[in-house]
Ligand binder design. Structure first.
Ligand SMILES: Cc1cc2nc3c(=O)[nH]c(=O)nc-3n(C[C@H](O)[C@H](O)[C@H](O)COP(=O)(O)OP(=O)(O)OC[C@H]3O[C@@H](n4cnc5c(N)ncnc54)[C@H](O)[C@@H]3O)c2cc1C
Length: 459
């Protein structure tokens, strides 16, 4: 077995945004580092394709503006002039109810109503739910409520219809997960805090909003004009020459004289003083199996969901739909194959030329092994039923993401604490990734940065 090495360097395993953020921190500080990624391209699930002048995100399309880590990184890379916001003045999200697309009423923050009239007049929810939503203002919760699933929390406050037609479709778009198994404490931590303080989620949300009045306004989501692939391109270019790169799949991690010996699938090894493990929890478990079976077992217990994005591009005239909103969500109780669909050109400027239209569709992992043709035919049928679209797409792209989305199921926070505790037994080892403290891009960037700081502090 041959080995490449460098004195005192840090090896980053995994070149998604978590690993890249760590690499960037090290490069800025002039620290020696080597990034090991199995794919030829960096970026993990962040990937942008441009087809017929349409910017099509194969994975994430934007990030929450309220979490600053992504914008800060973008500024450091000199891309600030490329940042665009979502067109929030056009923001309408439709939800399928009894086969029709109904706009989500104005003033809903996730599933929390903050305006009475739009909810009262919306056909999305029945009268039982509406009355319950009004009465929730007087809800009080026990001071030490046990951990609950997202569905339990929402059911307790607003009833089952709010779970089926709001919480489930909204969270399916983010986690691709099931609200009955997702932990409210891990996924909706801010709501748990509001519940503790105010009892009612509506009362708490209104109070927070009142405190924020006068604060900075702006789009809820930000992204880059040419797609998030621009961020990866900039990182790839600006890291070039500052850190070493190895293309190969890591299969093992063991102690060595230099610190760590990182075994690759091709039989070679890389030596490093410190390691940042920034691959998803499943591969991390496999890599660590020989070093720490207990830690590997805990990592393997974090479930991941698969998903797909299928973009259909049309001639704008032929589409025959106003695209008057950001798109739609389909609740599980009404789902066939489609989970959600984004009307790309309405959500973001600069992504779709005026003579084109792009419908970006999301599907769950259950269909991941079905052939492209069958999937596209099924989606076109659903789009015909829901939007009246019968035109033949001018082009399509299909992207399968296998086990990419970490699921924060009940007990997640405890599992992560235990994982951190066990990983802490190994000097010079830090973890990063979307299975720790948040799956959004800003959370992943923070996890990469935190891993660097953790190793620095340990000396
Ligand atoms: C379809 C989709 C849509 C999303 N939409 C949004 C959104 O709009 N906004 C948002 O904020 N977040 C979104 N997310 C979530 C967010 O994009 C991800 O959580 C984040 O990008 C994950 O980054 P990561 O680096 O932790 O993991 P990954 O991107 O999965 O990167 C891990 C890397 O490790 C590599 N790797 C794995 N095993 C090995 C090995 N053995 N050896 C070497 N390399 C290995 C992989 O090849 C990969 O490059 C979305 C995710 C998906 C899948």
């Amino acid at each position: 077995m041959s080995a490449t090495s460098g004195p005192n360097r840090t090896a980053i395993l995994g070149g998604g945004i978590s690993g890249l953020a760590a690499a960037w921190e090290l490069a800025k500080a002039g620290q020696p580092a080597v990034l090991i990624e199995q794919d030829a391209a960096l970026g993990g699930v962040i990937r942008t394709n441009v087809v017929q002048d349409c910017v099509i995100e194969a994975g994430p399309d934007s990030f929450l503006a309220a979490k600053p880590a992504a914008l800060e990184l973008i500024r450091e890379l000199g891309l600030a002039d490329q940042v665009i916001g979502s067109n929030d003045h056009l923001r309408v999200t439709y939800i399928r109810k009894h086969g029709r697309l109904i706009p989500m009423p104005d003033g809903l923050m996730m599933m929390i109503p903050t305006k009475l009239l739009p909810v009262a007049f919306s056909p999305l929810l029945g009268w039982g739910t509406k009355i319950r939503m009004g009465l929730e203002y007087f809800h009080s919760s026990p001071p030490n409520a046990p951990e609950r699933s997202v569905a339990q929390l929402v059911r307790e406050h607003y009833g089952q219809e709010a779970v089926d037609y709001l919480a489930e479709p909204l969270l399916s778009g983010v986690y691709g997960g099931d609200p009955e198994t997702l932990s409210a404490n891990a996924v909706l931590g801010q709501f748990i805090e509001l519940e503790k303080k105010y009892g009612s989620l509506t009362k708490g949300t209104l109070a927070v909003r009142a405190q924020r009045k006068g604060g900075p306004a702006g789009s809820l989501f930000k992204t880059l004009q040419g797609g998030l692939g621009q961020l990866i391109e900039a990182l790839t270019q600006q890291l070039d020459g500052k850190i070493d790169r190895v293309t190969g799949a890591v299969v093992s991690l063991a102690r060595s004289a230099e610190g760590w010996r990182i075994g690759l699938a091709n039989g070679t090894a890389v030596e490093a003083a410190r390691v940042i493990l920034a691959v998803p929890a499943g591969p991390a478990a496999q890599i660590l199996a020989g070093l720490d079976a207990e830690l590997a077992e805990l990592l393997a217990a974090i479930p991941y969901n698969s998903s797909m994005t299928i973009a259909l591009g049309y001639d704008r005239q032929a589409l025959g739909h106003p695209l008057d909103g950001f798109g739609f969500l389909i609740p599980k109780v009404e789902r066939r194959k489609l989970v959600a669909c984004t009307w790309v050109g309405t959500k973001f400027n600069h992504r779709v030329p005026p003579d084109k239209a792009v419908l970006r569709c999301f599907l769950g992992g259950a269909h991941i092994d079905e052939p492209d043709d069958a999937l596209i035919a099924a989606i076109r049928e659903e789009l015909r039923d829901l939007m009246g679209v019968t035109a033949t797409p001018a082009f399509h792209t299909v992207q399968r993401w296998r086990k990419a989305m970490a699921q924060y199921t009940l007990g997640h926070q405890g599992r992560v604490r235990e994982i951190r505790g066990l990983a802490g037994r190994h000097e010079g080892l830090a973890l990063a990734g979307n299975f720790l403290d948040g799956i959004g891009i800003p959370d992943c960037i923070r996890s990469g940065q935190a891993a660097v700081r953790q190793l620095e502090q340990a000396g």
